[in-house]
Design a protein. Structure first.
Ligand SMILES: NC(=O)c1ccc[n+]([C@@H]2O[C@H](COP(=O)([O-])OP(=O)(O)OC[C@H]3O[C@@H](n4cnc5c(N)ncnc54)[C@H](O)[C@@H]3O)[C@@H](O)[C@H]2O)c1
Length: 398
């Protein structure tokens, strides 16, 4: 049984606690920490947690606990992780790992030097749909992944610190691009090195210094493109969608607004509908099992099983560090309006030489196949490229 300190009693601290209380039945949250003792006490009372504090170091050093869960605003992740490493405690940190790649690398080095278990709490690669799709992709259902597009958009976050770029590290890119980047990277393959980024970002609606809307492209050495689309200006709830295209297949995932549960009510259905829902009357998209659908349950299962089995979880601080390097390059690209290289100081994937190029499909000894298509008259049209002259031609087969 693991004994846990949860640092942060806000939105994500609540989701994590609900997930932990409901899953393996082996873990116990022994202490919760928030910025005020009153907030921490209310949370402890609600969830039956025996101790509470407003002192992060006290929670981390609590002699009974062996695992620290960091659910704090972005600018506090580094402090919390360094405290946990110093205390020799396993540490699980929410996204983004840090506000920038330099801090993420320092955190990675600290946990590795201390030899403590580390997990990056990137829940959206653990949604049941994503896990199934990742398995299919791994088994070859999509062929070689060419394009992984991931979107997270809503009307903006729920606490003041997100909107202050000194505390959050930026706007929608660091807040939600981190999810999209890791989803794309998981499908494209973590061995494939992300090389460069181009990005449009703007502040379209809100009176803030950071971007509230951005679209970016991340080029990988396999030739694949990861695309992130993030917004704090989107109306209509939270849009979480992924589209993955490969040489042999396609996956479309819709996690939140069209999940197969749609309800119309003129009078409301009694309060909270789903995260970032904009209203509680009219057409609604409730979510039956919010902590399951968002991946929290499968994520903690993997984290604690990995801890017990002495293996790394699916998502480690190394993944969080790579994501932060891509986020940093996205900010540079949004500024320069050019492709910007991704600066990875510690690359552990495959080297460029192993990245495979375009797959050519042989049609006959003289031709490569470009495309076959059954036409409305029933004929099969075959489009070919001559191997030596490069000429493109077509033939019909009855
Ligand atoms: N899907 C996800 O993985 C997901 C979703 C939401 C938020 N997050 C991440 O979780 C983190 C927290 O976000 P949130 O939405 O819960 O924020 P929040 O504002 O709802 O809650 C923040 C919590 O941190 C506590 N806190 C702040 N300063 C503190 C201090 N100095 N010492 C102790 N406690 C302190 C607050 O009291 C509060 O309980 C962020 O890094 C955010 O990016 C992840």
């Amino acid at each position: 049984m693991h004994k846990i300190a949860v640092l942060g009693a806000g939105l994500i601290g609540r989701f994590y606690t609900m997930s932990l209380l409901n899953f393996r039945g082996k873990e116990k949250i022994k202490v919760v920490c928030a910025s005020s003792a009153g907030e921490a006490k209310a949370f402890a009372d609600e969830f039956g947690i025996p101790r509470y504090t407003d002192d992060m170091a006290e929670a981390v050093r609590d002699p009974e606990i062996d695992t620290v869960i960091v659910a704090l605003p972005n600018y506090l992740h580094k402090k919390a992780v360094l405290l946990a490493a110093e205390a020799g405690k396993a540490v699980l940190c929410t996204k983004p790992l840090a506000t920038n790649a330099a801090d993420a690398l320092e955190m990675l080095r600290a946990v590795e030097k201390a030899g403590v278990f580390h997990g990056y709490l990137e829940d959206l690669v653990y949604t049941p749909k994503t896990l199934k799709a990742l398995d299919s992709a791994k088994n070859g259902a999509l062929g070689k992944v060419l394009w992984a597009r991931s979107r997270e958009t809503h009307g903006g976050p729920h606490s003041d610190w997100f909107w202050n770029k000194e505390l959050s590290g930026g706007g929608a890119i660091v807040d939600m691009g981190c999810h999209c980047i890791e989803i794309a990277r998981s499908f494209i393959g973590k061995d494939s090195r992300p090389l460069e980024v181009t990005c449009w970002a703007d502040t379209q609606v809100h009176p803030i210094d950071a971007e509230d809307h951005a679209v970016g492209l991340v080029r990988y050495d396999s030739g694949a493109i990861g695309q992130f689309e993030v917004s704090w200006t989107f109306r209509g709830g939270m849009d979480l969608r992924d589209e993955i295209s490969g040489t042999e297949g396609t996956v479309w995932l819709n996690h939140w607004l069209r999940t197969g549960f749609e309800m119309f009510t003129s009078v409301g259905q009694g309060g909270y509908v789903a995260e970032k829902a904009e209203g509680d009357t009219g057409w609604l998209f409730p979510v039956g099992d919010e902590i399951g659908a968002l991946g929290y349950v499968a994520m903690f299962l993997d984290m604690f099983n990995a801890m017990d089995e002495g293996r790394a979880p699916r998502e480690t601080f190394y993944d969080g560090y790579i994501v932060n390097t891509i986020v940093d390059a996205s900010y540079r690209a949004a500024e320069s309006k050019k492709w910007e290289p991704i600066d990875i100081q510690d690359w552990r994937g495959a080297d460029a030489a192993t990245a495979s190029g375009m797959a050519l499909e042989e049609y006959d000894s003289d031709h490569y196949l470009i495309k076959e298509e059954r036409m409305p008259n029933g004929n099969l049209k075959v489009i070919l490229k001559h191997k030596s002259t490069g000429e493109i031609s077509q033939i019909f087969k009855e």
